[in-house]
Design a protein around this ligand. Structure first.
Ligand code: PLP
Length: 367
């Protein structure tokens, strides 16, 4: 039996498929020398906007910066509150803090693991300025109730689409539904650069314009600084990689859905809880997360079988030492707290083979 290592995400397998194209395109940038905001950055922005079915995309340094600049473009700042889900990657909350505002957390839905929309309205105060739904694991958050509450209370909706490139909600692309959205191109994401990268997408020309000022020292014309900005640009070399990979993304997302369907089939009727896909959702399975009865035993079984795994995420935002000042405690968000002790992320990437999936499932059933 093959006992070779099964990676959690196999970035090298993917590079092998596109190596000649990537190598040639990178060499071209080097001989052209337009490393900062070069031609490929603009082309990538146009192509990624089309992919997300929005008129505007502004490429930035990473996903956290995309969230921060989106918040700042919406005018979020000191004294404001921004509502998001405690079950997310910490960067969602860090971006709110970096914009000068206070994260206000709510629990997640026990079925979909995305923000519990019923709790959002109760968390609104006179200081609330925006809501950040997170399309966690590549599953779209239930956007309609969120958009309705936001409209009623005149709040911005900023989508954290950092795990949801190409995912759809009722036929609409993640990144096209709120006022503005943030994407990450961290290498392990469904669309990943060969370093850090990010982007905002938006239907609003005014917000796109503000982000493009903020990412480049607040200037439109060199050395004329209209607002106080940042250095938060996507490198041209990363744009080149992203342009090539974007052409494969639909097919890679489809391969992830196929792998997820095979996991679903093989794990049906076992003690593992597989991901629920809401009727409104077309997910992209950035992660395939199951609940297991005994995580320590499961981890040992994976280690013995030479299979990598992840936990996304073991400590929710409200219990992170970095956010102690928010005053939450154990018991604040029981759904998330129960969930994070049971979840484990199985290997998931487009090149995952049937026999690898069977080996992972074999190890699942051994625990
Ligand atoms: C990856 C990620 C981010 C941050 O993106 P970076 O590019 O790593 O800064 C933010 N939110 C979520 C949900 C993410 O998965």
């Amino acid at each position: 039996m093959d006992n070779g290592k099964i990676q959690f995400v196999d970035l090298v397998a993917q590079y092998q498929q596109i190596k000649p194209e990537v190598d040639a395109a990178m060499a071209k940038v080097c001989s052209r020398g337009d490393f900062i905001l070069g031609e490929d950055v603009k082309l990538f922005e146009q192509e990624f906007a089309a992919f997300c079915k929005v008129p505007h995309c502004v490429a930035v340094a990473n996903g956290t910066e995309a969230l921060k600049l989106a918040l700042l473009a919406c005018g979020v700042g000191p004294g404001d509150e921004v509502i998001t889900c405690t079950h997310t990657f910490i960067a969602t909350a860090f971006a709110i803090h970096q914009a000068g505002a206070k994260p206000v957390l709510v629990d997640c839905n026990p079925q979909t693991y995305t923000i519990d929309t019923a709790q959002v309205e109760r968390a609104i105060t006179p200081r609330t300025k925006a809501i950040i739904p997170v399309h966690l694991y590549g599953q779209p958050a239930d956007m309609d109730p969120i958009l309705a509450v936001a409209r009623k209370h005149k709040l911005y909706v900023i989508e954290d689409a950092c795990q949801a490139h190409g995912a759809e909600y009722k036929g609409r692309r993640c990144g096209s539904m709120g006022d503005i959205a943030a994407f990450s191109f961290y290498p392990g994401k469904n669309l990943g650069a060969y370093g850090d990268g990010g982007a905002v997408t938006t239907t609003r020309a005014d917000l796109a314009e503000r982000v493009s000022l903020l990412r480049n020292h607040g200037q439109k014309v060199k050395y004329e600084h209209i607002v106080k900005g940042f250095n938060s640009r996507l490198d041209t070399l990363q744009a080149v990689v992203l342009r090539i990979k974007l052409r494969h993304l639909e097919q890679w997302n489809e391969a992830r859905r196929r792998a997820a369907a095979k996991y679903d089939r093989l794990l049906a009727g076992t003690r593992l809880v597989t991901p629920k896909v809401a009727p409104y959702a077309k997910p992209v399975f950035h992660l395939y997360v199951v609940q297991v009865p005994d995580r320590k035993k499961q981890q040992a079984a994976f280690d013995a079988a030479n299979i990598s795994h992840g936990i996304h995420y073991p400590i929710p935002v409200h219990l992170q030492p970095a956010f102690a000042e928010l005053g939450y405690k154990l018991g604040s968000f029981p759904v998330t707290e129960a969930l994070v002790s049971k979840i484990i992320s199985l290997p998931m990437f487009p090149e995952l083979t049937d026999s690898q999936i069977e080996r992972v499932v074999g190890a699942c059933l051994k625990a």
